[in-house]
Each structure stands twice: as structure tokens, then as C-alpha cells.
Design a protein around this ligand. Structure first.
Ligand code: PLP
Length: 233
């Protein structure tokens, strides 16, 4: 593992985040970096944490559980960012502090039930497929608001915002409308003033497009490859 490169990559990502905040006239405190460690082992993840990263994202429950155990005792928040099966919800509560990827009312119901059992609520973001790509998980933008109304009725389910994944493109500028759409949806939901629903977070932006996402209001950017380029062979 090349620590110097890791450090330089992290510095570069943070600088680009700060520059995007400045362009958008936002305070850098409004945007958190969630380092997506799904492609690296826990030693690399540990190095990143020692460099000051406090939020870590994983997309598979089992792999996250293993890393969580290997990194036990470190003061970090784990974010579940991948598609989640209902039968894995109980494991999620052991590791994660937030789920970004709630993509059905059935999953929301399972989380609510588990939250009641655990006596602990799990902050959740609703994933919206704002680009309409068939391959992507997430609720269709057209039905997201209706689904959120249903989820808001669940007794132990706390919606804290929305999440989306933009399509893969060469020029990040072309996905700007996807992020604008998510922000508009969040504004619409906020306007409904549903109990238990707060539009505190917009989880959007990855390596290819996090700067554009910040310009459009992201509060959580999920960045993986930009951090690990050249770090492992
Ligand atoms: C892998 C992943 C990311 C990070 O992607 P990079 O392009 O490596 O930055 C972000 N969000 C989700 C949901 C992912 O699965």
C-alpha cells in the first residue's frame, strides 16, 4: 500500500470538494465525505481513517461486517450505500449508522420493525432513480413522493433525505440535471411536512461527478476510486 499516494488523493478530493463549495457559495461544513471502501481491504481503510476520514461507505453487508470487526474501536460512522435485502436488515443494525439505499416500502417496513426490536431508530435515505436507467436501483422519480408518504406512516422509520446515483458518463456536466431533479424532489417532500420525515441530506456524487453534485446541493458525497487510485497494485 502506498500511503503517500493515499494521502495525496485524499487531499486532492478534499480540495476539490472545498472548491466546489466555494463555487456554489456553500460552507465546506455542509458537505461530508463518505469514503467508499468496498474495493479495498481493512488495512487501506484503516490508513484512510488515520488520515482523518470519519465516514465510511460499504455496499455489501457481509463485507462491511468483516471490516467492521477488523476495525473495531475506531470512531467512525458506517454508511450502507448498496442495495439491501430485507433478510439482511438485522445485520445492518450491528454495523451501520445510516442506510442510503432504501428503495422500496417493503424494505422500509422491515427496517421499521427491526428498529422497534432494537429500540434504536436507523436514519435512512430514500434512493431515487432520477436518471430512469433500468439497471439502477431506486424508486422511479414519479412514484417516490407517494412511496415516501407511505413510509412516513411507519412508526419507527426515520427518513433523513434522498440518495441517487447518476449514470456513468465521460462529462460530469451532462448529469447535472439528475442532481437538480433530486434536490427538487427533496424540496417537494419537505413542503409536505410529513411527520418523521426530514430532508436533511442529499447523498449524491461519486468519483466522476462529486463536484457537480456539491454545486447542486449534495450533503454527502460517496467517493471511492478517486481515493484509491495508485494506492494498491
Ligand atoms: C461504489 C459506489 C460509490 C463510489 O464510486 P466511485 O466511482 O468509486 O467513487 C458510490 N456510491 C455507490 C452506491 C457505490 O456503489
Amino acid at each position: 500500500m502506498d500511503i503517500r499516494t493515499l494521502e495525496a488523493n485524499l487531499r486532492d478530493v478534499r480540495r476539490r470538494m472545498a472548491d466546489a463549495c466555494e463555487r456554489a457559495d456553500r460552507s465546506p461544513d455542509e458537505v461530508r465525505l463518505v469514503a467508499v471502501t468496498k474495493t479495498v481491504d481493512s488495512e487501506v481503510a484503516r490508513a484512510l481513517i488515520e488520515l482523518g476520514v470519519r465516514d465510511v461507505g460499504e455496499n455489501r453487508v457481509q463485507e462491511a461486517q468483516q471490516k467492521y470487526e477488523e476495525l473495531s474501536g475506531l470512531d467512525i460512522a458506517w454508511h450502507m450505500i448498496g442495495h439491501l435485502q430485507r433478510n439482511k436488515v438485522k445485520y445492518v443494525f450491528r454495523v451501520f449508522e445510516m442506510i442510503h439505499s432504501v428503495d422500496s416500502t417493503r424494505l422500509a417496513r422491515a427496517i421499521s420493525k427491526r428498529a422497534e426490536f432494537e429500540g434504536r431508530e436507523m436514519p435512512a435515505l430514500v434512493q431515487v432513480n432520477t436518471s430512469g436507467e433500468e439497471s439502477k436501483y431506486g424508486l422511479p422519480a414519479e412514484s417516490a413522493v407517494e412511496a415516501i408518504r407511505v413510509m412516513a406512516e411507519l412508526p419507527h422509520f426515520r427518513i433523513r433525505g434522498l440518495m441517487t446515483m447518476a449514470p456513468f458518463v465521460d462529462d460530469a456536466e451532462t448529469v447535472r440535471p439528475v442532481f437538480v431533479r433530486l434536490r427538487e424532489l427533496a424540496d417537494e417532500v419537505a413542503g409536505l411536512e410529513l411527520e418523521g420525515v426530514e430532508m436533511e441530506h442529499l447523498s449524491m456524487g461519486m468519483t466522476q461527478d462529486f463536484e457537480v453534485a456539491i454545486e447542486e446541493g449534495a450533503t454527502l458525497v460517496r467517493v471511492g476510486s478517486a481515493l484509491f487510485r495508485g494506492v494498491t497494485d
